[in-house]
Design a protein around this ligand. Structure first.
Ligand SMILES: [Zn+2]
Length: 460
């Protein structure tokens, strides 16, 4: 049976056209001016709507210790919010084989509603781990690793370890994701704050200044340069750090920035909310001064920030964030947001006139697909691509509320936000997952996607 999306406005990262889409066997088979309808065709009327490639969130933490969204609830929330593919981080145990770890994660993701892949997180470096890196790509279809420059004693690697891991991954044709913060100095600033009796959530921001994020960003970029490896800086939160990416990019290095909608929309004043409400907004890097937001939007428009990620960490407020009521250093880091990133970015980006529709598609779908080896299977409305499609009606709006969300947290960081633009349909490989307010997807429909090497990609 064919599905036909009729009368819509197709938005790709390079152009906007009015066309009909014919879908067969989960793929886009043809794109034509006027599709002729046959007897058994299922027809979706997209009059007045934007028809866009499904959102790809390349920064998710589903099924992490201490969080409430597993792959089932997390990908359901993601699909409801316009995402059709995620790349989740794995979380290795000390001493465990990286290959064993990613195989475990693949099993944990089997209940997903939408397609998924993984970045292999690596938190230590030895000969056995180095020898496994090529196998991650060659045998497991995982073509990116993630390294941390913060959280000493948990996930932080030293500069030397980072160099060795980057070099090996680079030689293999993989890309390296880096969490760029200066872990050593941050830890000291946190100790000093607590010693001085500064225990409230805002000190989480004050002890992670933008200059340290910039320092780590520069260090990651310079070490990647020497290791001859492409580097992807996750969750860039400020102009200081963005400027390091600009300098590197302008020198011709393969450096790619990501930001998260919460850095574009929320600011550090949320950390000062009374009654410990600010604790619900603790993430790393922290929310910044409002001033930073316009620089990040400019970084998107100028092509230094390529993607937006959710960094979804489904921590509860009660019993989760409240662990740090008397000491901000005990507040678990991370924000729940996978359900709203697409809408929030559309509203504040396109509706408010900061970015074009094409740029919206670029950062939510096309560039994530290109950087992480999913393109052109995903990230574009084109003949032969997966029919991962979102229909958005720009004339309708919705109000965000924890009362109606699918993600399982007891709060929503965008509570009460009225967002222009409403998703009416989401298709995952041709199957209708969301239709108006109905959720029609099923657990287990999502498939693991084996990704191509970074070195085969077409992105500059
Ligand atoms: Zn993260």
């Amino acid at each position: 049976m064919r599905t036909i999306v009729k009368n819509g406005t197709i938005v790709n990262s390079d152009k906007v056209v009015k066309r009909d889409i014919v879908i067969e066997n989960g793929k886009i088979s043809t794109i034509v001016k006027h599709a002729t309808i046959e007897a058994n065709d299922k027809v979706i009327d997209a009059t007045g709507q934007y028809v866009m490639p499904g959102g790809i969130d390349v920064h998710a933490h589903l099924d992490y210790p201490g969080t409430v969204d597993n792959f089932e609830s997390g990908t359901k929330a993601a699909a409801k919010g316009g995402l059709t593919c995620i790349i989740n981080y794995t979380s290795p145990l000390k001493g465990q084989s990286v290959l064993d770890n990613v195989r475990e994660w693949k099993k944990r993701a089997k209940d997903s509603y939408i397609d998924y892949g993984f970045h292999a997180m690596i938190t230590e470096c030895n000969e056995s781990i180095l020898s496994e890196i090529p196998l991650l790509a060659n045998e497991e279809g995982i073509t990116s690793i993630k390294l941390f420059m913060a959280y000493k004693g948990e996930s932080m690697v030293s500069d030397l370890e980072m160099y060795k891991l980057m070099k090996k991954a680079g030689e293999t044709g993989m890309i390296i994701n880096v969490h760029a913060e200066n872990g050593d100095v941050t830890d000291q600033l946190r100790l000093e704050a607590i010693e001085q009796g500064n225990t409230s959530p805002i000190y989480h921001a004050y002890t992670r200044p933008t200059t340290l994020e910039a320092e780590a960003t520069n260090r990651a970029i310079r070490i990647a340069e020497v290791a001859n490896a492409p580097v992807y800086i996750v969750h860039v939160s400020c102009a200081d750090s963005l400027n390091q990416i600009k300098l590197a990019k302008d020198r011709g290095l393969k450096v790619y920035g990501e930001t998260c909608p919460h850095y574009l929309v929320l600011d550090e004043s949320y950390l000062k909310l009374p009654d410990f409400k600010g604790g619900g907004f603790v993430c790393s890097p922290p929310l910044r001064e409002k001033e930073e937001q316009k620089h990040l939007w400019e970084g998107i428009s100028a092509g230094y920030i390529y993607t937006i990620g959710s960094d979804h960490s489904s921590l509860m407020f009660e019993g989760g964030k409240t662990k740090g009521k008397d000491d901000f250093t005990k507040i678990p880091n991370g924000l729940p947001s996978i359900e709203d990133i697409y809408h929030v970015t559309y509203h504040f980006g396109v509706h408010e006139g900061k970015i074009s529709l094409e740029k919206f598609v670029d950062i939510t779908s096309t560039s994530p697909a290109k950087i992480f080896g999913l393109y052109p299977q995903k990230g574009v409305i084109a003949e032969g691509s997966d029919a991962d499609i979102v229909l958005l009606d720009p004339k309708r709006s919705r109000v965000v509320s924890k009362e109606i969300q699918y993600q399982k947290t007891d709060y929503n960081i965008y509570e009460g936000f009225k967002l222009q633009g409403n998703i009416t349909h989401v298709l995952s490989r041709g199957e209708i997952v969301v239709k108006e307010n109905q959720f029609l997807g099923y657990s287990g429909h999502g498939k693991f996607i084996s990704r191509k090497y970074f070195s085969e990609n077409s992105i500059d």
